[in-house]
Design a binder for this molecule. Structure first.
Ligand code: CU
Length: 147
């Protein structure tokens, strides 16, 4: 007896969750002419229910981009390179002066207020997102120099 011969096939639709990391408030300071390095800042939101880790960033306008964090030690600001930067599940990580930032090395030219810098971010979930970094006045942001 074949009781199951008329069982309908069950179609299973797999869909990828639309839980992309969202980058907002991307900005950097205008650069004095001749300065080869700069720092970029932004906020990364992670709507997913597991942490996502920023692995790398790149821009055609710089030779190299590193993830850095500024720290105060013995009254001096220093920065160190981070291997990566986690964004907590359902939370956000803000890169800002005096903290984490994206360090741009070997800039092809100094950027001025009103310019934009295209940046590509790569995460450990395989996701890649493109961000526009807005160049603000040289004195923009709160307080201290991070160098
Ligand atoms: Cu730095």
């Amino acid at each position: 007896m074949r009781f199951f011969r008329f069982l309908p096939l069950v179609a299973v639709f797999l869909s990828l969750p639309c839980w992309s990391v969202e980058a907002t408030d991307g900005w950097m300071r205008a650069m004095p002419p001749g300065q080869p390095t700069a720092a970029a800042y932004l906020t990364l939101r992670n709507p997913a229910d597991s942490a996502v880790v920023l692995l790398a960033a790149a821009t055609p306008m710089a030779g190299k981009v590193e993830i850095h964090r500024s720290e105060q030690q013995d009254g001096m600001w220093r920065m160190r390179r981070l291997a990566d930067l986690p964004i907590p599940a359902g939370g956000s990580t803000t890169l800002a002066p005096g903290g984490a930032h994206l360090m741009l090395f070997r800039m092809e030219h100094a950027l001025r207020e009103g310019d934009t810098l295209p940046l590509t971010l790569e995460f450990d979930n395989g996701e890649t997102i493109d961000v526009e970094i807005e160049v603000r006045a040289i004195g923009a942001g709160s307080g201290h120099q991070h160098h």
